[in-house]
Design a protein around this ligand. Structure first.
Ligand code: ADP
Length: 248
């Protein structure tokens, strides 16, 4: 039974924009606790796929399930987020004037606009959770600094931390290492690897050294469908993959 231990179940998903098929009967399964990298040339459909999973775009047809029971095609974006799918966009959007700790606190409270809630007391559980998250994203030493003073890489980690504060079962990361230094990229690979297992993670990324560092199954999209799946080394040897990257 293919649904056993599958957190994300997409079958025959088609999305059209004015007759153009951005996704063309795409089928993809992501396992519980799995880390998966999603690659493919520009226009392959990666963003559209993320948009379907988060409810931003409704597929024209196909099946999209989160876990065994949640039909993503019938849920609003807010319902999907509450159900446990967290998405990080490419550009970090942290509260620059607030400290790193406060950013995590706002995320934990679940309402990023409710800044007044910073004056309400956090219970011990919440404090522990923020402390754990700070350690996980390597920002323990920065807890009291305004987020605006962090490096670009640190802001990305903070945003990952803000997602984690809400305890998602599935985390979608859109080009997390874009603009990072080599050192930050390497640390991000370690961070992302450490997140899987407890939760499932799908990473869209163009940086192949980073993808190699993730050491996970790779799905290659092209023209709105899955072209190849396997280890990075295996898909890079696939002549069809070589052709879409080099031959056009
Ligand atoms: P990727 O993220 O892999 O670069 P996208 O999912 O952004 O690919 O886009 C897939 C295709 O769908 C592209 O050809 C793009 O131009 C088209 N597309 C995406 N969104 C829209 C939209 N809202 N309206 C029209 N075409 C779109």
């Amino acid at each position: 039974d293919v649904t056993h231990d599958v957190i994300l179940y997409l079958e025959d998903i088609t999305v059209t924009f004015n007759g153009f098929r951005a996704l063309d009967r795409l089928t993809l399964y992501v396992g519980v606790g799995e880390l998966r990298a999603l690659i493919g040339p520009n226009g392959a459909g990666k963003t559209t796929l993320m948009d379907v999973v988060t409810g931003k775009t409704r597929p024209d047809s196909g099946t999209a399930y989160f876990g065994q029971t949640m039909d993503l095609t019938r849920m609003s974006e807010a319902e999907i987020a509450r159900a446990g799918i967290g998405r990080k966009f490419q550009k970090p959007t942290v509260f620059e004037q607030h400290t790193v700790f406060e950013n995590l606190e706002l995320a934990l409270r679940g309402d990023r606009r409710a800044r007044r809630s910073l004056f309400a007391r956090l219970d011990a559980d919440a404090r522990d959770r923020i402390a754990d998250t700070l350690r996980l994203v390597r920002l323990g030493a920065e807890a009291d600094r305004p987020a605006g003073l962090l490096s670009h890489g640190q802001k990305q980690w903070l945003e990952i931390g803000m997602l984690l504060a809400q305890d998602p079962q599935l985390l979608l990361l859109d080009e997390p290492v874009a603009g990072m230094t080599d050192d930050e990229t390497e640390r991000t690979a370690e961070l992302v690897k450490s997140l899987a297992g407890q939760r499932s993670v799908v990473v869209v990324e163009h940086d192949m050294e980073f993808v190699e560092g993730l050491d996970c199954q790779v799905t290659v999209l092209d023209e709105g469908a899955v072209l190849a799946e396997g280890s990075l080394a295996a898909v890079q040897r696939d002549p069809r993959v070589v052709e879409v990257y080099l031959g056009r």
